[in-house]
Design a protein around this ligand. Structure first.
Ligand code: IVH
Length: 674
């Protein structure tokens, strides 16, 4: 540590701080990174080291300050200067048209009203206060008037700038800015967080919203710092120093100041376009990287907003157009038990088929026996069922008033319904397990996992065919897939020459697989895709992975003792090692040194032009992003690919001049597939 600071070092630290702040802005707000993650990490590391060596240079607003502060005993209260309101709901186009009518009546206007339509993010509402450009406090919504002081926690969120950005000289940093937004955890972040929680033996979060709320309410902000929280801003409270005439102008101003706004906001559209965009957003919903539960429609003109005013809890100028009910009531016809690939025996409710949000639902998971007891679910009960995104439908609660006394209490079996061996209670995970390694139900479920999209991706080998092959004794482990006899297969019921040919082609194609997928496919308990990726990058070859010790594994970041033990148990079994050996002998080739995520699209910048035919522009954007690609509006030297659809614009010429590769829709699809 040194007291005298070389001015060159002070200058270096200042430079690093402003460069990192600038790159945060490009990364989070503009979604257009200017440097690689490695370069960013290197700069951040350099700053952290200099600040540790010269603590006098370390300031509370440094971009390095994302690690959390000292724990607090309880949260203090913060009063919002302007009440944080909630929103009335609309459920149909006619509700929205009524809203538009009420707005017009309230304004005594005949003309068309312009609205801004935004995705309704499913997270936690927060208010951040910036004084002279510096983040001074952050609070939850609370009861709308007073919330909890979660400043230290919010400061750890990477997409929250500690200092506002002054992009252009003429842009003013407001003396006071109360910025409001939603703190969320992405679907991917949620999956990884739960995998981490599991590896540490901690309770899992039920959904991304709960995970975000739980992470924000940590008394120790160092815990929050480790959670994958993100923020999107959608409005303002009290502001001094700048003013805007429309809601969209406010959002744009927030963006210019370095506060991230949602990229799918549609500014200044009429009510018919609002209804149209709702349908588009509903289509896009499952492809978005985070949960949304509807669309928020806001009168765009601030003057009109003021004229319309607010009711006690909600404004008259905005409404939440919620997506279709993902909850419906139906009847429990029966309760069955299923044996999963890890032997976990889960009860499943067979339901009277009900349409929930456009999908027919006839089964719901009951998780475990405790869940049935806690919710007191009986055969014959009328229940409220929920379907959320890709999650398996589940029973929310029993409608007690619908009971007539004929309902039957369900008891978990003592023996495995498939192999009849005695079931063992796993107290830690509050579930019952079949521990027989040759249980047919377990093996079939393992094979289903092995061939699934994210594992070996063998198309055409579905549940029914697996059952058939199992019964015929053609398959008794996943390794047998690579030894199937084509002639015998062609003779199977409902399997013609063509389908057999396709299946064998898919099997051959699957034989070339990257290491992370390979590990994931093995179906080791607690080893999801994320942990498989960690293991694949840690161990260079499968032989090294197979000879890993418990201590090696336990010490890998993100693995932990429970996962380590599970891997050791798996590798300790001769049948597993035999299966791996047989697969490799059949010609399965593992590709090493390739991160599962690093596809040809990873980090590449795409520009789209013209009309695409087999997908909409939004679908293409979502897909490119989901493969790690970036979207840019204009062609520059940094652009990697220009995707040219029908009737492309002038971007083609620009791309040619800049030496950018021009690809068509088909090439893009091939890139997705590869
Ligand atoms: S505007 C007066 N915009 O939805 C306007 N809210 O019940 C108040 N939310 O608690 C909110 N996305 O947390 C607004 N784009 C968005 C939003 C949004 C999510 C949440 C917000 C609020 C709740 C409204």
């Amino acid at each position: 540590m040194s007291d005298i600071i070389d001015p060159d070092i002070a200058k270096k630290v200042e430079n690093l701080k402003s460069e990192l702040q600038k790159h945060n802005y490009h990364y989070y707000v503009m979604d257009d990174p200017q440097i690689s993650d490695t370069q960013y990490d290197k700069m951040m590391q350099e700053l952290i080291e200099l600040e540790a060596k010269y603590p006098m240079l370390s300031t509370p607003d440094s971009p390095s300050m994302k690690v959390g502060a000292e724990p607090v005993k309880k949260f203090e209260q913060i009063r919002h200067s302007v009440k944080m309101l909630s929103l009335d709901n609309a459920f149909s186009d006619s509700d929205i048209l009524n809203f538009d009518r009420r707005v017009k009546e309230g304004l005594m206007a005949d003309e068309q009203i312009l609205y801004t339509a935004e995705p309704k993010m499913d997270g936690v509402a927060v208010e951040l206060v910036y004084k002279d450009g510096r983040l001074v406090s952050a609070s939850t919504r609370g009861d709308g008037e007073t919330g909890e002081d979660i400043t230290s926690n919010v400061k750890t969120i990477r997409s929250v700038p500690l200092l506002l950005q002054q992009n252009k000289k003429e842009h003013i940093i407001p003396a006071r800015l109360e910025a409001r937004g939603e703190v969320i955890i992405s679907k991917e972040g949620f999956k990884r967080l739960n995998e981490d929680m599991l590896s540490q033996g901690l309770a899992l979060f039920a959904n991304p919203r709960n995970a975000a709320a739980g992470s924000l309410r940590q008394l120790d902000s160092k815990v929050t710092a480790k959670r994958p929280l993100e923020i999107y801003f959608y409005g303002v409270g009290e502001v001094e120093g700048i003013s805007c005439k429309s809601h969209w102008d406010w959002l744009y101003a927030l963006k210019e100041l370095g506060l991230r706004i949602n990229p799918y906001i549609k500014p200044k559209i009429n009510i018919n376009a609002v209804c149209k965009y709702y349908k588009e957003l509903e289509q896009m919903r499952s492809g978005l990287p985070y949960d949304i539960d509807g669309m928020v429609v806001k009168v765009d003109s601030v003057q009109y907003q003021e004229q319309l005013g607010t009711k006690a809890r909600s404004p008259r100028w905005a409404v939440a157009y919620k997506f279709k009910a993902i909850q419906e009531t139906t009847k429990v016809l029966d309760i069955l038990v299923q044996v999963g690939r890890t032997g976990a025996v889960t009860p499943v409710a067979c339901l009277e088929t009900v349409n929930i949000g456009g999908v027919n639902v006839s089964r719901a998971t009951l998780h475990n026996e405790d869940e049935i007891r806690n919710k007191d679910i009986r055969i014959g009960d009328t229940v409220l069922v929920q379907r959320a995104g890709d999650v398996i439908p589940e029973i929310v609660k029993v409608i007690d008033s619908a009971r007539n006394g004929s309902e039957i209490i369900f008891c978990m079996p003592q023996n495995c319904p498939s192999c009849n061996s005695q079931l063992i209670r796993d107290e830690k995970e509050s579930l019952i397990r079949c521990v027989n390694n040759s249980c047919p139900a377990k093996t079939k479920a393992q094979i289903e996992h092995f061939v699934s999209k994210r594992a070996f991706d063998i198309d055409g080998l579905g549940e029914k065919l697996i059952n058939q092959l199992f019964d015929k004794k053609y398959l008794s482990s996943y390794a047998d897939i690579f030894y199937l006899d084509k002639i015998k297969m062609e003779g199977l019921e409902r399997m013609g020459l063509k389908s057999a040919g396709n299946l064998f082609e898919a099997i051959e194609k699957s034989k070339n697989i990257n290491f992370a997928r390979f590990i994931y496919a093995l179906g080791i308990r607690h080893v999801g895709e994320h942990i498989a990726e960690i293991l694949a990058s840690k161990y260079e070859k499968y032989e090294k992975f197979c000879s890993a010790t418990y201590d090696d594994l336990k010490n890998i970041k993100g693995v932990g003792p429970i996962v380590a033990q599970s891997i050791i148990d798996f590798l300790g079994r001769e049948d597993n090692l035999n299966n791996i050996e047989r697969m490799l002998n059949s010609g399965v080739i593992i590709r090493y040194g390739e991160n599962r995520k690093s596809t040809t699209l990873d980090g590449k910048i795409f520009v789209l032009t013209g009309t695409l035919e087999s997908m909409t522009r939004n679908e293409a954007i979502i897909k490119i992003k989901s493969f790690g690609g970036k979207i840019s509006e204009s062609v520059s030297k940094k652009t990697d690919y220009l995707v040219a659809g029908k009737s492309p614009g002038s971007k083609i010429e620009k791309a040619k001049a800049a030496g950018v590769e021009i690809i068509d829709e088909n090439k893009l699809k091939i890139m997705f597939e590869s």
